[in-house]
Design a protein around this ligand. Sequence first.
Ligand SMILES: C[S@@+](CC[C@H](N)C(=O)[O-])C[C@H]1O[C@@H](n2cnc3c(N)ncnc32)[C@H](O)[C@@H]1O
Length: 424
Amino acid sequence: MKRGFLNSSKVKKQRLYAQNESKPASTEYFKDIEGLPKLAYGRVEDTSLPSDYDASWKPESMSSDASKTHYGEEVVGTTTIPPRFLDGPPDPDGHSEWLFWGPTKVKVVGLPGYPRPIPKPTHPNMCVVRSTPDKGLGVFATRDIKVGELIFSERPLLVVPTGIRAMSPIPKHYSQEKKLQIAMFQQEKSVEPAVDRMDEAQKKAFMALANSHKEDGSGPLYGIIRTNGIGLGNLGDGPKPPAGQYYPPQFMYTAICELGSRINHSCMPNVKFSFKLSSFSLQSSASKDIKAGEELFYSYCPVLQTAADRRKDLAPYGFECKCPACLHATPATDKLRAEFLDRIRRVVQAWSEKCKSPVHDITMLDPLLELQKDVTREGLDSQGQYPFLTEVIATAYMSLGMVGQAQRYQEVKHRWDSMAKDED
Ligand SMILES: C[S@@+](CC[C@H](N)C(=O)[O-])C[C@H]1O[C@@H](n2cnc3c(N)ncnc32)[C@H](O)[C@@H]1O
C-alpha cells in the first residue's frame, strides 16, 4: 500500500487522502531538548551519529482517516490541509502538508468556517521572483504598493514545529553536540513522510528552495526548513497565549512557502507576514509604501536590537547583512533601535496629556517630526508601533487646523488598523 493512502471501507465513504500518525516510543517522545537549543551551522567537522546509535530509526507510521480531528498528546501526525479528496479536483487555493502534534490539529480544523478560501489581493501578480546580484533569488514588486496592502497570500508547502524535539529517546550519555546531531537526524526522518505526501509540483518547489545548512549535519529536508521557515506566532502547541501574544518559540510552528520563502532579509523590512488559521494561509502585506521594481524584504531576526546582535542572529543563514542600516550602523542607531518602543510609548503618553489643552504652537510638533524622521531613516517605520506615532502627529496637525497634513498621517494608522483587522 502506498504510504499516505487508506484503502479501507471508511475511505470509500470519506473519499479523503489519509494522514499518517506515529505513536511514541516512550513518554520522552516529542519533549524538547533543553528548550530551543542552538543548532550547529556553517561547516561542522564531524556530523556523524554515534557508532552505537541506531541510524535505521524512523518514526513508526500508520495511516488514519484524514477527517479525524481529535488526538491524544502522544500522537504526532502528518496531514494534508485542507483535506484532499481522492476523486475530486485539488483545492483551488492549494494544500499544505502539516506535521502536527496530536491536540493541535483541532485548533485549526475546529475553527468556524474552516477551511476558508485564502484572502486575495486586489491585483494579481503584484510581485515576481527573480535573481538578485548578491542574494540568490529574491521577490520584487511589479507595481506601486501602499502600506497595509495585501501583496500575496499562499498555503505553505509545509508546516512543521519550530522547536527541535527528540522524536524518540536520546541516550543521556552522549555529548550535547551528538544529541543535537541525533535530534536533527530524527527531525529529518520525521518530515520525510510529509514531503513524500506532496504532489510532484509541490515537491519540486520545495526541493528547489535555498539551503544554507548543507555542511552542519542537517539533512537535505531539514536544511531547507532551517533556511526558509517563517515562524507562525499564532499556531502552536500547548495552551493558547493571551490575546496579542505569540506562542513561545519552542512551541510555535514554522511555514515553508513557495513564494514567501523567496523573500530575502533586511533589517529595514517592507513586508509583514501574518498567518490566517481558518484558511491555513500566509499573508504578505506591505509594512510601508513600496515602489514598483523595489525588492521585498522581511527581517529574519528581531530588528529592535543592535547591529552586532542582528549579525549574530543572522549567521546561521550564511550571509552578512549589507542593508543600509547595517552598513551605516552607529552607537546612535543602535540606541534608537533599543529605545524605539519606549520612545513611542513616551510620545503617545506625553501627547495624550497635552491634548487636554488646545495646541496652538507649531513648534510643539518639532520633536515628533524629528523622531519620525529618525525612525524612518532607520527603516523602523515598518514596525507595528510606528502608526501610534503617525496618529499623534495627525492629532497635532488637526488641532492646529492643518487638515491635509493630518489626513496624510492618519491614513498610515488607518491602513495598519485595517491590516490588523484582517488577522485571525
Ligand atoms: C529564505 S531564503 C531567501 C531566498 C533565497 N535568496 C533564494 O535564492 O531562494 C534565505 C537565504 O537567502 C540568502 N539571503 C537572504 N537575505 C540575504 C541578504 N540580505 N544578503 C545576502 N543573502 C541573503 C541567504 O543565502 C539565506 O540563507
